[in-house]
Write a protein that binds this ligand. Sequence first.
Ligand code: B12
Length: 446
Amino acid sequence: MNSTSPHILLVNPWIHDFAAYDFWAKPLGLLLVAAHLRRHGLHVSYIDCLDRFHPQSGSRNPAARHGRGPYLKTEISKPAGLSHVPRRFSRYGIPPEWFQADLAALSRPDLIMVTSLMTYWYPGVQETIAAIRAVFPDSPVILGGIYATLCHDHAVSFSGADDVFTGSDLSRLPEIIAGHTGYSFDWETDPNRPDTWPKPAFDLQHKIGYIPILTTIGCPFDCTYCAVHHLHPGFSRRPPAAVVAEIEFWHHRHDVDDFVFYDDALLVDFDNHARLIFEKVLQARLNVRFHLPNAVHIREISEDSARLMRRAGITTVRLGLETADFAHREQLDRKVNETEYHHAVTGLKQAGFSKKQLGAYLLAGLPGQSIESVERAIRVVRQSGITPILAHYTPIPHTAMWEAARAASPYDIAADPVFTNNAIFPCRREGFSWETYSRLKQLVIS
Ligand code: B12
């Protein structure tokens, strides 16, 4: 290492959207980067534009006491091309004055790292970077994360960042940091070996309401609508003992009771991974709750695995069913067949999970999908005795379905990612109107 350690500011940007809610959503990737940097002696500070527990929020956000909850929001005008959508559009997160004051209270950062999530949230990233520039015009800004990776060229042209980092291979970071700050260091651990990862730096938050946990990286499936194989190529797993040690740390040291798995393939090869984690959780007698808002693979669930999941504290289960058109399923993915679905649901119910705890995600608005197909799927899930949850399809670059989505969409989704916002049903067909959607929603709740 050389000379004094640089100051790196990490920023989680605002969201611009028709709706947004802190539904177990935290910038795990950015806080993992923070942890790596801290471990190597760099001085890090952090501002979360989505902070629901900002010291200034006081009585403005009474719901901020709990783990999940609404973000603060300010209505703003809709992006060009979306003015016809009959819904309000907002900036979600802290007011710009608070952000500006938080920035101004810091010493000038040598480098600023901004993350990004949904591709169609890039206007929030642009506004965040512009606000940073107004306070620190001379600090270089690097953008990384999901939008940066999936829409690299767009981000280079429009985000306002000096550098756009794509992918999840952090081994290039020392070179990038040296290029911007002149400070050089070598990785003491391999950032691409998840067994050597530090705990993501959630302690930088004002409050830790819950902790996202990542136990696997990537996914062995290659579903046509999903970009995970592009974002995280390959499939690797963290040692179960390290995962449980992380859970114990946050539970015992920070009183955290709710843990949220961010894995794309948590249950895959159950006996050699998730089973070992859940058994260790039981042995450690941890009285905690686990949530699976990011759907799990149904095929892995039997009565036996379901019982273990329930005993270990799994409280919310979301199944990645996507469609009930089992006969034509291979056009979409190869995750599950009809028998496996019913076997899993029976096992979960026998293990004692309630209807409310069990939800199956169904994709709505796929290119070429009929309304009847969505209705049928809702009926299949309801008849199986669990809760259907509609997930609006969002077209994602670098997926097999992208070209079909482009062809089906009335919007130029390749030119501007705001048109991939699933709130506008980017690929809706004739007849798939807001009224139809309300009818489908009624079918889900009635
Ligand atoms: C967990 C998760 C969620 C969580 C919340 C996540 C959150 N933080 O808010 C929940 C379950 C709520 C969720 C919901 C949805 N999600 Co989601 N989700 C994910 C998932 C599985 C993991 C994200 C993650 O944390 N990964 C782990 C971290 C470590 O990776 P990372 O953030 O990329 O960070 C790495 C690098 O990018 C880098 N990095 C990150 N930032 C920075 C910054 C700098 C400067 C640098 C140098 C590096 C760097 O460092 C990390 C190193 O590994 C991803 C798939 C995936 N594997 O990425 C989908 C994904 C992001 N979701 C997706 C979708 C479609 C959705 C939904 C729209 C689904 C639906 N139809 O309802 C909803 C919408 C949510 C909303 N409106 O709020 C899509 C993205 C679509 C898009 N257009 O962008 C993804 C990619 C999955 C897919 N289908 O392909 N999701």
